[in-house]
Ligand binder design. Structure first.
Ligand SMILES: Cc1cc2nc3c(=O)[nH]c(=O)nc-3n(C[C@H](O)[C@H](O)[C@H](O)COP(=O)(O)OP(=O)(O)OC[C@H]3O[C@@H](n4cnc5c(N)ncnc54)[C@H](O)[C@@H]3O)c2cc1C
Length: 412
């Protein structure tokens, strides 16, 4: 298989377009959105329109979620679609502008991949149909509800229960930290028929806003990504039609409910890693500029050399992270199994970007910790940590990688 690192003309043009938008339109507003704790709907609508006009759902988080059949059909027509690569390129640029914006764009969001990969044709039509008309008011979001108060990293331990009752399922439990959870038109909710069955007992449902027994609990006050909505969802004797069981009954003869959750991560972890690269790159560029203006001609000379060395280390880690991100996305675009590479990209990019933000603050000295003059540095420092938490913490990525490495060794 040839190795190719250059981007196509179309990809370069798209990246330049989003880069300009991020620089001229998004970043100048990022601090005011952070303070307000939200992004104006009209701005989100315009961004969603723009994504549609670019012929991509990449900016609306539907990236990389084509079905296998759709991928094959696209490939026979015109080679690999490149939608995952397109998605990571767009994500890095948008996150460079503002991390919260990307999470808040209208569309199916993290709910998209499980519906795409596991939904029936009728379910896809029904649930994606909600997002068709952008001029329709109000805006629409989808969400993904897996995490619970006692089941975050260990998703096999979810306790939200589901019980069949005639042509309905009855759901009871709580989901927490759900991105766009309060405003979503529907949320993919993971539940279990019996916790003792572990992963084999999992079922995934699309629960629509307004379903009796489905309500919003707390909206979180977060340290970072403050303009993105994170909500608790409550299910109390919530009756969901059997037509909303994702993929229908036959999907769950083995562990497919759990696999649905995991497959989602293979597509979304490189995206989150790309976002981390975007924020890390922003901090790195800021620190490079600061060093050039404040230290290059100043004394003592060795200080400048030491700072350049630190910046070089940050730059290397960010480049290495981006390479892992691109590889994971490229593998997905070419139909290759990428669970290990997706985890590698996220484990590396999360840490590299956190280091970039810390180094940027330190390199700017006392100035770096003063919010007045360096508010973006302060905001990035608050925003970045979560990229090493959601979609699986850094520790969990390292466990996934080790397990895969060991099984690869066994088959060597
Ligand atoms: C802003 C934000 C948005 C989110 N959006 C969503 C969403 O849309 N949908 C959704 O379902 N969830 C979402 N989450 C939840 C997120 O996925 C979880 O927070 C994450 O999986 C970690 O789970 P936890 O918080 O319960 O931490 P825990 O699992 O309790 O982990 C706590 C610590 O223990 C470590 N740890 C856990 N297990 C092990 C182990 N076996 N070995 C070594 N160390 C371990 C972890 O690395 C971590 O450091 C979001 C979270 C945030 C903060």
């Amino acid at each position: 298989m040839p190795i190719e690192f250059s981007l196509t003309k179309k990809q370069l043009e798209m990246r330049e377009g989003i880069r300009g938008l991020a620089k001229n339109v998004i970043r100048p507003q990022a601090l005011s959105w952070d303070r307000a704790g939200g992004i104006p709907e009209e701005f989100l609508r315009n961004m969603a329109r723009l994504a549609t006009s670019m012929g991509s759902n990449a900016m609306r988080s539907g990236v990389g979620d084509e079905t296998e059949e759709e991928k094959k059909e696209a490939e026979t027509k015109r080679g690999p679609s490149g939608s995952n690569l397109f998605g990571v390129l767009a994500s890095e640029e948008l996150a460079w502008g503002d991390g919260s914006l990307l999470l808040g764009l209208p569309g199916p969001g993290l709910g998209g991949p499980p519906v795409r990969s596991s939904g029936t044709a009728e379910q896809k039509k029904r649930f994606f149909g909600v997002f068709q008309d952008l001029d329709d008011s109000p805006l629409k979001w989808g969400a993904y509800g897996l995490t619970e108060p006692n089941a975050g990293s260990d998703v096999s331990g979810i306790r939200t229960s589901c019980r069949k009752d005639g042509r309905h399922w009855v759901l009871n439990g709580r989901k927490c930290y759900i991105t766009n959870g309060a405003r979503a038109s529907w949320t993919v909710i993971f539940a279990t028929i019996d916790p003792a069955l572990g992963r084999a007992g999992h079922r995934a449902f699309v629960v629509e806003k307004g379903t009796p027994g489905f309500s919003v609990g707390r909206i979180e006050e977060k340290m970072g990504l403050r303009a993105s909505e994170t909500a608790e969802l409550v299910l109390e004797d919530c009756r969901v039609s059997e037509d909303n069981l994702l993929g229908g009954e036959e999907k769950y003869v083995s562990k497919e409910g759990f696999m649905t959750a995991m497959k989602t991560f293979d597509n979304t972890r490189p995206l989150v890693a790309a976002m981390a690269c975007g924020i890390g790159r922003g901090a790195y560029e800021y620190a490079c500029d600061f060093a050039r203006h404040n230290y290059m001609l100043a004394r003592p000379v060795p200080r400048y050399a030491a700072i350049i060395e630190r910046l070089a280390k940050v730059g290397r880690s960010l480049e290495a992270s981006r390479s892992l991100v691109w590889r994971a996305a490229w593998m997905a675009d070419n139909g290759l199994s990428n669970a290990k590479e997706a985890s590698m990209s996220k484990a590396m990019a999360g840490q590299a970007a956190i280091k970039a933000c810390i180094e940027a603050i330190e390199i700017c000295g006392a100035e770096g910790s003063i919010a007045r003059d360096h508010q973006l540095l302060e905001k990035w420092f608050r925003d970045i940590k979560v990229y090493d938490i959601f979609e699986g913490t850094g520790a969990i990525q390292r466990i996934v990688i080790s397990k895969r490495l060991i099984s690869d060794l066994k088959s060597f």
